[in-house]
Ligand binder design. Structure first.
Ligand code: HSE
Length: 397
């Protein structure tokens, strides 16, 4: 028998306590021994909680209990979460986490600390929520050179775009519902501005290409400028709109960015709706695999964290620490990647055809939209300038 502690008792922390209790025997079998909840670290008073005898406010209680061998950090952010993760690792306790901000910004340092102290550092729930994604990437696809990873990595924005597309909801209405369902971060800025997807893209790139990226350096555009008109016109052109995180191997590093994309309706990712996430991985031997599932939410994310707890215990003699690459890889400019583009404009169809011969615009009132041939961003911007575009989005080709 070993003890674990949960740091943070919000959506994921609460779900984790429930999943651990609900699947106690199965998780014990996976871990190779019984798992006992030792403590839940939470600031607020919760006298009526069914877990009240486990609640503590002082992290040092957990830090100094030698029976606690695994700490699940589900606080989020890089303040206390970073401090407690470091202290837990230095105290010889494995740390598991769903905290993508912490993994993307300090994961390399925490992984090194874990190795130094002979414990595991696992973060399966940090990307794709409940989708088994990082373990398949690092272990099941070990026989592959990973050339590209891309996908829908944020449940909130996918929920919003799906509602705008399918139900004609406006952005604010769809965001409010996403928050009520517990998908959006406390501050939805990180979701709607693409920052959350950027952190997950950084983790995927780190694990795929060996270049540990600074998420702040990854060009990121969220969905706040995606208009209802874009979704309506995209559909008439045979596309839907999704926020994609993309990363590709290059000769000396990688290319990584986050942007709304038009996705052909025939593409697998076009039918990944609501809070679902999906990640495509292109490997040298396997070709392209797509992993899909619930990317956010109380129990899906807890599912990943709970399995990490069991693996950390199972591997006490042989700790698990995923490879997050090394700093110094070159981040290639996003603008150089050629692709077709979607352009929405109030210019006349004649002006559109003058700037883009062969374009077939669809019209809605005074506006029209069309898809260009493949070109890099500077070429697109130069040719489209005369049309004074209202929206320009990349097309996944
Ligand atoms: N806010 C995140 C999302 C939660 O919507 O995907 C899961 O990381």
């Amino acid at each position: 028998m070993t003890k674990y502690a949960i740091l943070g008792f919000g959506t994921v922390g609460g779900g984790l306590a429930e999943v651990m209790a609900d699947q106690k025997e199965k998780l014990a079998a996976a871990a190779g021994e019984e798992l006992e909840l030792g403590y839940i670290l939470v600031r607020r008073d919760m006298p009526d909680s069914p877990w009240r005898d486990k609640l503590v406010k002082d992290f040092s209680v957990i830090e100094n209990d030698p029976d606690v061998t695994v700490v699940a950090e589900v606080i989020g952010g890089v303040g206390d979460a970073y401090d407690y993760s470091r202290r837990a690792l230095m105290a010889g306790k494995s740390v598991v986490s769903s905290n993508k901000e912490l993994v993307a910004t300090h994961g390399l340092e925490l992984a090194a600390l874990a190795r130094e102290h002979g414990v595991s550092y696992l973060f399966e729930g940090s990307v794709g929520g409940g989708i088994p994604l990082l373990r398949p990437l690092s272990r099941c696809l070990a026989a592959n050179r990973i050339d590209e990873v891309y996908g829908i990595l944020n449940g909130t924005t996918n929920y919003i775009l799906t509602a705008m597309d399918a139900q004609g909801q406006d952005f604010a209405e769809a965001l409010k519902k996403a928050q009520e369902l517990g998908y959006a971060e406390a501050d939805p800025t990180a979701d709607v501005e693409g920052i959350d997807a950027c952190r997950k893209t950084a983790i995927l790139a780190d694990m795929s290409f060996g270049c540990n990226l600074d998420p702040a350096a990854i060009p990121t555009t969220g969905i706040t400028a995606v208009a209802a008109a874009d979704l309506a016109l995209a559909r008439r052109l045979g596309y839907t709109v999704k926020l994609l995180g993309r990363a590709r191997r290059t000769d000396d590093g990688c290319l990584a960015f986050v942007q709304p994309h038009l996705i052909p309706l025939s593409h697998t990712l076009a039918s990944v709706n609501d809070v679902m996430n999906a990640c495509a991985i292109r490997g040298s031997a396997v070709g392209e695999v797509v992993l899909c599932g619930p990317g956010a939410g109380r129990h899906p994310t807890a599912s990943a964290v709970a399995a990490d707890i069991a693996d950390a215990v199972r591997h006490r003699a042989d700790p698990m620490v995923p490879d997050l690459g090394a700093p110094g890889g070159v981040l290639a400019p996003e603008s150089a990647l050629a692709s077709p583009w979607y352009v929405r404009t109030a210019a006349s169809p004649e002006q559109v055809r003058e700037a883009f011969p062969g374009a077939e615009p669809v019209c809605a009132g005074q506006e029209s939209a069309f898809i260009t041939e493949s070109m890099d961003r500077p070429t697109l911007e130069a040719r489209a300038a005369a049309l004074e575009p209202l929206s320009v989005w990349r097309v996944l080709a």
